[in-house]
Design a protein around this ligand. Structure first.
Ligand SMILES: Nc1nc2c(c(=O)[nH]1)N[C@H]1C(S)=C(S)[C@@H](COP(=O)(O)O)O[C@H]1N2
Ligand SMILES: [Mo]
Length: 246
């Protein structure tokens, strides 16, 4: 069944949303896709899925593990940062510091859970970087945290594995590629704007990853794991591209 191009507009818009075409896929490829006689939604889905995986590999290949995200001055950092999650601020998880444990699993030698006290005692560094949300806003903030790479090394993670995955207190989940996990600016952020990170921004910590889009900066992290198996993610399973580098 061949439908007029206009009728396919929503589909094309969907494709665009799914693949972040403006960033990565050429207009020609879009025209090719939309110009095909696309009659089977499942087929379209599997083509898009394949393209998105291909897109992940291309982005991973282009990722430079030493290149730093731009940093800014203190005066550019916003204190009243925009809150965002898939639920309203009233539903923010409030984790009790005394009961909190960071669980470790997968390809990690020392899987003993970490108390907040031990986590907060890790050597830390500050960064003033820009958070970019795919919904069309960005803000500069100041975060303080422990480099995830040093932490992974310390617990005996298999650093040659492909992915570092996370689960959060709100049911959010996902993973990042190992080179990004080991990037010098990827930190377990315990502080925001010179204070302990507040509940709305991820207390006890968020993974602050300035080389990734905002949705790949998980808040309220409760489990970290190392794996070679590709994982989905909360937004990835709803169509967003997995790598989502900046
Ligand atoms: N656990 C969890 N982490 C999350 C989200 C979420 O819904 N749950 N939303 C993501 C999105 S889309 C954005 S833009 C940022 C927002 O972080 P902020 O509230 O500190 O601005 O958190 C990311 N991390
Ligand atoms: Mo976001």
């Amino acid at each position: 069944m061949t439908r007029p191009v206009l009728e396919r507009k929503p589909l094309v818009a969907g494709i665009e949303r799914r693949l972040f075409l403006r960033q990565t896929l050429s207009l020609g490829a879009l025209v090719m896709l939309s110009g095909c006689d696309i009659s089977d939604q499942d087929q379209v889905q599997s083509v898009l899925h394949w393209l998105s995986r291909w897109n992940d590999r291309a982005q991973a290949f282009l990722f430079n593990r030493r290149r730093l995200a731009p940093t800014y001055s203190e005066s550019e950092a916003v204190r009243d940062f925009r809150y965002n999650a898939y639920f309203p601020i009233a539903a923010v998880p409030r984790l009790a510091a005394a009961d909190y444990r960071l669980e470790l699993s997968g390809l990690i030698e020392d899987k003993r859970p970490w108390t907040l006290e031990r986590l907060y005692a890790l050597p830390q560094q500050s960064q003033i970087t820009r958070h970019v949300c795919v919904e069309g806003w960005s803000m500069i903030g100041k975060w303080r945290g422990a480099p995830l790479g040093s932490f992974l090394q310390r617990v005996g993670a298999d650093l040659s594995a492909k992915y570092v995955g996370y689960y959060c207190a709100d049911g959010y989940y996902g993973s990042i590629d190992m080179p990004t996990a080991l990037h010098p600016q990827t930190v377990m952020a315990f502080g925001f704007a010179n204070e302990t990170i507040p509940a709305k921004y991820g207390f006890p910590f968020k993974l602050r990853i300035p080389t990734k889009l905002g949705f790949k900066n998980p808040k309220w992290v409760t489990t970290l794991y190392v794996t070679n198996r590709p994982t989905g993610g909360f937004w990835e399973d709803r169509g967003y591209n997995w790598f989502s580098g900046l």
